[in-house]
Design a protein around this ligand. Structure first.
Ligand code: NDP
Length: 486
């Protein structure tokens, strides 16, 4: 069994209180790690170390020196690729190919991409006319915001954590990271990378623990934290926003979603089925951008439902390193209870069960894991809880539609506004709809195709602010204007 500690000022440290908690494997519910739970003392030490780094070596580096160090971080992650894959697989139970093709490479890319952004982006300047005719020159300086509190979820832990730590460090900030209690390992491992590359001590700190009345809340309440970036549930975002209001600290929020998939009859049918299959079921449905509501134009509705059913029934459950398997469990027993409660609720609300709805039979010790079947329903009204609330599991409800205006209205009838995936070969219609659907990102004939230079974030209750490319600079720096009378 592994022991995972906090990482503060370049050292791995237990909690002064001696408190620890267990991390269980989603595959078989075995305890796989013992985690040190940070208290206020550790959070104080981490924030102090971060402030020390800003006042010391880290704060004195030039942009070029910082950029070189971050390239080093990306390269060292790539060198230790297998260790990161192994740690993330242990925490999440998801298949090796997803880790190897998406989550871990994206973690390394997050350091390179934002190093490039910071190196290459120009700051604004204006020549200003003055009455004496000599004029003035205005130019902008970008300075780091200070200590950034980074609060992360468990569904793609390394990718989502580095998506924040990469730009934060590229902009010259120091960070205190609080990973989810369900996925503590890769954030801890990144400490070794930081030390190996020579990132000054205190720039990257990790405090392990829970949210309320634990490390998460202690970070967000800490007056030495200058801004908070958070990915997680909308409800948690509201609690963090309250904490951030003390001291007028800035927040960047990437929150929940109840995303619509829209499929027109003129689509490339096979591609649309494959696209919706991925968007509903990848990572066992634990993707904020996933589609739990699918709207299919009536002429192809029955055929589409049948084709998606066939694909959903073709998944092969098993361990991440089992070459015959391609499908993992949910993150925890607790999350499985939540997802299964929605599976029951769907039937109570009158859904027609197309496939799934329960727990697969697993052999031996895997029977203790957090497995659930990919599930498809039809026949529910839009008012059903299963159609309105984020479930965050491998499931979707499919409903037919007849007209463009109707489907726009259906897609927008939600408090969330994160993403949409839209399938049609009529490009004029695709662009028309993309402008009308109230979300942060619309994918046309694709899903989860990300260019890290583009703006990412949610509308409505799916988030506050945008991250990605130059948009990240808006949050991770303060812009100062300098006005020079000529
Ligand atoms: P949670 O909101 O439950 O938790 C996220 C993090 O916040 C965890 O580290 C948690 O700690 C911590 N936390 C909980 N309460 C507090 C608090 N009061 N103060 C400070 N920190 C707190 O989200 P999940 O981990 O369950 O992640 C799933 C959610 O994330 C889904 O809603 C999903 O849609 C969303 N998400 C959004 C994305 C986006 O880009 N918009 C991307 C990925 C996920 P702990 O869990 O250890 O108690």
């Amino acid at each position: 069994m592994r022991k995972i500690e906090n990482f503060i000022a370049g050292e791995y440290v237990a909690a002064a209180s001696g408190r620890r908690f267990d991390k269980r494997s989603p595959l078989d519910n075995r305890v796989i790690a013992s985690i040190a739970e940070a208290g206020r003392a550790e959070v104080d030490a981490a924030v102090g170390a971060a402030r020390g780094a800003l006042a010391g070596d880290w704060g004195r580096l030039s942009t070029e020196q910082r950029v070189e160090l971050l390239y080093g971080v990306a390269n060292e992650i790539t060198r230790r690729f297998d260790d990161f894959v192994e740690a993330e697989m242990a925490d999440t139970g998801q298949p090796a190919h997803v880790m190897k093709q998406v989550f871990i490479p994206r973690g390394a890319a997050n350091f390179k991409v934002f190093a490039d952004v910071v190196k290459n982006v120009a700051s604004e300047s204006f020549q200003t006319a003055t009455p004496d005719g000599r004029g003035a020159l205005n130019y902008a300086l970008r300075v780091p915001k200070g200590v950034i509190g980074v609060i992360c979820p468990w569904n793609a832990p390394f990718m989502l954590m580095t998506w924040k730590v990469g730009p934060a460090l590229a902009c010259g900030n120091a960070v205190v990271v609080k990973p989810s209690e369900e996925s503590p390992q890769t954030a801890a491992l990144l400490g070794e990378v930081m030390n190996a590359v020579g990132i000054p001590k205190g720039v990257y700190n990790v405090v392990q623990g829970f949210g309320p009345d634990s490390a998460g809340e202690f970070v967000t309440q800490h007056p030495g934290v200058d801004a908070i970036t958070f990915t997680g549930e909308t409800r948690t975002g509201a609690a963090i926003m309250k904490a951030a209001s003390e001291g007028m600290r800035d927040v960047s929020f990437e929150l929940g979603g109840k995303n619509a998939g829209i499929v027109f009859a003129d689509c490339d049918f096979e591609a649309a089925v494959e696209g919706i299959f991925r968007s509903a079921f990848l990572n066992s449905g634990q993707v904020c951008l996933g589609t739990e509501r699918v709207y299919v134009e009536r002429p192809i509705f029955e055929r589409f439902v049948q084709a998606l059913k066939v694909k959903a029934e073709s998944v092969r459950f098993g361990r991440p390193d089992d070459h015959d398997a391609n499908y993992g469990p949910l993150i925890s027993q607790e999350h499985r209870q939540k997802v299964l409660s929605y599976y029951r609720k769907a039937l109570e609300e009158g859904a027609t069960l197309v496939t799934g709805g329960g727990v697969p039979e697993m052999p031996g010790e895997l029977a203790e894991g957090a497995w659930v079947q990919p599930t498809i329903w039809t026949g529910l009204p839009e008012s059903a809880a299963v159609v309105r609330e984020e479930i965050f599991g491998p499931c979707c409800h499919i409903r037919p539609f007849d007209a463009e205006d109707e489907v726009v209205q259906l897609a927008n009838a939600t408090d969330y506004g994160l993403s949409t995936t839209l399938w049609t070969n009529d490009l004029a219609r695709a662009h028309r709809l993309a402008a009308r659907v109230e979300v942060g990102i619309t994918w046309i004939n694709s899903w989860f195709l990300r260019d890290l230079r583009t703006a990412f974030g949610g509308a409505k209750q799916s988030g506050i602010g945008r991250e990605g490319g130059v948009h990240s600079l808006e949050f991770y720096t303060e812009t100062r204007n300098v006005c020079v009378k000529l």
